[in-house]
Design a protein around this ligand. Structure first.
Ligand SMILES: NC(=O)C1=CN([C@@H]2O[C@H](COP(=O)(O)OP(=O)(O)OC[C@H]3O[C@@H](n4cnc5c(N)ncnc54)[C@H](O)[C@@H]3O)[C@@H](O)[C@H]2O)C=CC1
Ligand SMILES: NCCCC(=O)O
Length: 497
């Protein structure tokens, strides 16, 4: 992979991973094509794992769990630490694979791989410190708690951060002593395999991290399996609802990382240069296909013209093209239907009265090999109203809607008027206002004077329909473990009978 250039990669090896090796699934519920979005080439045809393959993957994970759960936190941490080291060492190769399969620029893919090994390293560090508590009770009796793993956990991923999502789910799961079966999105089946190989080489028992490829049907077999103890899902709200419904039948805990329509509030007293950079970062990473993007950009009336002019100027300068080139900052969208969907949102925005200040058009790079890729120019919409489709619905593409506001109270009401609640941002130099606004925003993550930074030390997750449970941070330990209370009697049993 290391010497790979756009338009050359073809997947030849099996894409499932079970018991410490790549395997073809024993049965299949159909096929899916995976593309190289930069060129529109098919790079793999997936066999969607059937029920028998899912059963084998669960059995293999269960066997590995029996070994892994008995290890000390320190021992588990050592394996994760070695895996982190290997991810770091193979950063370029993994980033190239991510770029080929997802379309994001190599520049960004490398940053994603950094957040991935950092996640492994962080939970490696926490593994040894996981402990219960000792509680003294009357007459010398006492109790203690044990933090125990759940068992075989399932991770189901979206296509926008394939490797990072696999790490954000598996690192805390494994640190807590669980096994994990990961199902990537069928659009991006590749990079999770690299992680699986790394875990095995780092010393994880075979089966501890299995990869099962497929779409909705495969996901359902996994969620409904009686030996699956927990499901952690990243994806859309409608699928999240189905996952929750399926899991409820087995009283399985779920973590749901769902979509968003997050507000970014820019007050007139902000540092304008940073606010402009913040708005670009909030909207255009990974071609705008980011769940926590701040796509509703509320700008205070006094500075809206100046802000908008600068945002347009900087957006025009974004270099679109071959995502494997070092100076590219925006690659193609994930596939043809998704590109059409995003362009459809721009069309309806125009019909509803918004103005396209810049972009929003299909884009054909000059390099002929990119002719059939899924490119578009990043789009800035103004004259937007809160009731427009582009302002209410998640577009999941490079489309920024700029809205004007006058007062703090007004903008808070409007910012919170959404069924989503994944993230929010505020730019201001007024320290009291910054914290007051952050406290009032209904979102799982609030950025003050920045946007879309996701350090592993901080929990990430949603309010409202953006989901529940958290990834990253210490708190995620609680989502991958259960607490056992042990009561110890030091006297005689007192019985009323
Ligand atoms: N909150 C977060 O952390 C993130 C949320 N997302 C959200 O994900 C969406 C885009 O990702 P997509 O892959 O298109 O979402 P999706 O919901 O279509 O698919 C996500 C995953 O679920 C699987 N799946 C689909 N139907 C299923 C079923 N019935 N049972 C089990 N599994 C099933 C898919 O194969 C895929 O692996 C956006 O709405 C975005 O906001 C994306 C990334 C991060
Ligand atoms: N690095 C940001 C993760 C957000 C997302 O998965 O969409």
């Amino acid at each position: 992979v290391a010497a790979m250039s756009t338009g050359t990669f073809v997947q030849l090896e099996p894409l499932n991973y079970r018991g410490g090796a790549r395997v073809e699934p024993v049965d299949s519920s159909g096929t899916e094509k995976a593309f190289e979005p930069a060129t529109g080439r098919v790079i793999a045809t997936l066999q969607c794992s059937g029920e028998n393959e899912v059963n084998l993957a669960v059995k293999s994970a269960k066997d590995a769990f029996e070994i892994w759960r008995k290890k000390s936190g320190m021992e588990r941490g050592q394996v994760l630490l070695e895996a982190a080291r290997m991810v770091k060492e193979q950063k370029d190769a993994i980033a190239i694979m991510e770029t080929i399969n997802n379309g994001k620029s190599i520049f960004e893919a490398r940053l994603d791989i950094d957040t991935s090994w950092q996640c492994l390293e962080y939970y490696a560090g926490l593994a040894a410190s996981m402990a219960g508590e000792h509680v003294q009770l009357p007459n010398g009796s006492f109790g203690y708690t044990r933090r125990e793993p759940l068992g075989v956990c399932v991770g189901i991923g979206a296509w926008n951060y394939p490797f990072q999502i696999a790490c954000w789910k598996s690192a805390p799961a494994l640190a807590c002593g669980n096994a994990m079966i990961f199902k990537p999105s069928p659009f991006t089946p590749m990079s999770a395999l690299l992680l699986a190989e790394i875990y095995t080489k780092a010393g994880a028992p075979p089966g501890l991290f299995n990869v099962v490829q497929g779409g909705a049907a495969t996901g359902q077999f996994l969620c409904q399996h009686r030996h699956v103890a927990k499901v952690s899902f990243t994806g859309s709200v409608p699928t999240g609802m189905k996952i929750m419904e399926m899991s409820s039948k087995g009283i399985k805990p779920v973590t749901l990382e769902l979509g968003g329509k997050s507000p970014l509030i820019i007050f007139s007293d902000c540092d304008l240069e940073n606010a402009v950079k913040g708005a670009l970062v909030a909207n255009f990473l990974t071609q705008g296909q980011v769940c926590c993007n701040g796509t509703r950009v509320f700008v205070q009336k006094e500075i809206i013209d100046k802000f908008t002019k600068e945002v347009v100027k900087q957006t025009q300068n974004i270099r679109i093209g071959d995502p494997l080139l070092e100076d590219t900052r925006m690659g193609p969208l994930i596939n043809g239907p998704h590109l059409e969907r995003v362009l459809g949102f721009i069309k309806s925005a125009k019909e509803e009265g918004a103005t396209v200040l810049y972009g929003g058009e299909p884009y054909e790079p000059t390099d002929p090999k990119l002719k059939h890729g899924y490119y578009m120019t990043p789009c800035i919409l103004t004259n937007c109203r809160d009731d427009m489709t582009c302002v209410r619905e998640e577009i999941f593409g490079p489309v920024m809607s700029i809205l004007s506001f006058k007062t703090e109270a007004e903008v808070l009401d409007r910012a919170n008027d959404t069924t989503f609640g994944l993230a929010a941002g505020v730019f201001t130099r007024d320290i009291q206002r910054a914290h007051r606004v952050a406290a009032e925003l209904q979102a799982g993550t609030c950025y003050i004077n920045n946007y879309n930074v996701s350090p592993v030390e901080l929990p990430f997750g949603g309010y409202k329909k953006s989901g529940f449970g958290r990834e990253n941070g210490r708190v995620t330990i609680e989502y991958y473990s259960q607490l056992k209370t042990v009561y110890v009697e030091m006297g005689d049993v007192e019985s009323p009978f």
